[in-house]
Design a protein around this ligand. Structure first.
Ligand code: HEM
Length: 390
């Protein structure tokens, strides 16, 4: 029999940030749909329940007029449904198609990765700051169609937009930083529009402009790509390096068989999902996971938890490139399935990782500076000090 949603008021944001997986395991077992007080949301933690939600966008729409993302970025495709969502997604899709990623973006990403690896000197680096962040940022600048900006600015803007999107505490300094990033991105777009207008190219700005989206929608969707396209490839790069360096047998295996790099990428994002959670709204009373949700409720789909659901993955906490193949939910599912999935696969799995391990012999963790992993809405190493034989 369905019951009212169980309340978990002892779960803290600090615990979730440090390591959300034990809490998720408990929720999956005891209360797969639970109200988590600290996060102010109903968490959905089982794979099958999340799939059911993503297959039923009429009951669980992405549109949420109270969404902080709308305030932080404008009304993006990520918070739209049905024909309205599809129209905007279609307008930019050409930039992200696998064949465009392979033929156009691939060579560009290779040049960026080679340049950054060439700059790593002296046998010691923090791969987060010196490789993964600039790689993700410089690649994204090109893809967005904003090549004139500084990659460090793009990192700051992306963070500011994401902080504003998660500003549940209504902190005014966070809103101010978000607004400054919002204005700076609009200015960068305005500067590039005449160039791209005159000469179309494969960038997102060009696709949207020539695809007929009004400027307001172009500005909002550029921001969602800025917010959603930088930290995730950065974090996936660092998590993959961490997984391989702490599992030398699997590293040896992939070095002997380079076709396994794709598997390394997929297993990495299953193991530590870069986006751990995203929201949906409940449109009508519905029973799910043994609990009843009411119209207007907010639900957080914990894809990080779904990727560790023991009904789907054996020993889910292990990094294991040899596990039985199975669909994961790190890129979401349904109409909002990640638009940048092919770009991320190419950039991280096929370009960054093989090059890094080929060109930095004896790559290993720095025993005097352990890596630090954090986050639950977004998760990954926040520093990754490494050594190699220079
Ligand atoms: C490992 C890297 C990545 C992961 C794990 C990831 C994950 C996700 C997830 C879970 C969603 C669904 C969010 C929701 O439904 O609310 C999503 C959507 C999206 N992602 Fe990614 N992402 C990654 C990389 C990228 C990149 C590189 C870009 C762009 C350059 C990007 C652009 C987008 C966009 C535009 C959407 C919204 C699609 C829509 O609403 O139709 N992502 N991503």
């Amino acid at each position: 029999m369905a019951v009212s949603v169980p309340v978990y008021d002892e779960v803290t944001l600090e615990t979730l940030w440090a390591d959300p997986y034990p809490t998720y395991a408990r929720l999956r077992a005891e209360a797969p749909v639970a109200w988590v007080d600290a996060a102010n949301i109903h968490l959905v933690t089982r794979f099958d329940d999340i799939m059911r939600i993503e297959r039923d966008p009429e009951t669980f729409p992405a549109l949420d007029t109270r969404s902080l993302q709308v305030r932080a970025m404008g009304h993006t495709m990520m918070r739209r449904d049905g024909a309205d969502h599809l129209r905007q997604r279609r307008a930019v899709e050409a930039t992200f198609l696998p064949q465009v990623v392979a033929a156009h973006w691939g060579p560009l990403f290779e040049a960026i990765a080679d340049d950054l690896i060439g700059g790593l000197k002296g046998g010691r680096a923090d791969l987060f700051a010196e490789f993964a962040a600039p790689l993700a940022s410089r690649s994204l600048m090109a893809l967005l169609g904003l090549p004139q900006i500084d990659w460090r600015d793009l990192c700051l803007w992306s963070q500011a937009l994401m902080d504003a999107t998660g500003n549940y505490g209504d902190d005014s300094a966070t809103w101010a930083r978000g607004k400054a990033a919002f204005d700076a991105i609009d200015a960068a777009i305005a500067e590039r529009v005449p160039v791209v207008q005159a000469r179309p190219d494969p960038s997102a700005l060009s696709s949207m402009l020539h695809g007929g989206l009004p400027m307001e929608e172009i500005r909002a969707n550029t921001k969602v790509i800025v917010g959603g396209g930088l930290n995730e490839p950065r974090d996936a790069t660092c998590s993959a390096v961490l997984g391989l360096l702490t599992h030398p047998g699997q590293l040896a295996q992939v070095q002997a068989d380079p076709t396994l790099w794709k598997t390394v990428f997929e297993e990495t994002v299953r193991w530590i999902a870069p986006i751990g959670l995203y929201p949906r709204r409940v449109a009508r009373q519905v029973e799910i996971g043994g609990a009843v949700l009411e119209a207007g409720d907010a639900v957080g789909l914990s894809v990080a938890s779904a990727c560790h659901d023991e009904s789907r993955f054996e020993g889910p906490e292990r990094f294991d490139i040899n596990r039985a193949k199975g669909k994961h939910l790190a890129f979401g599912a349904g109409p909002h399935f990640c638009l940048g999935a092919w770009m991320a696969r190419r950039l991280v799995g096929e370009i960054a990782l093989p090059r890094l391990f080929a060109r930095l012999p004896g790559l290993r963790l720095d025993p005097d500076a352990p890596p630090e992993v954090g986050g639950w809405v977004f998760r990954g190493p926040v520093r990754l000090p490494v050594l190699w034989d220079a």
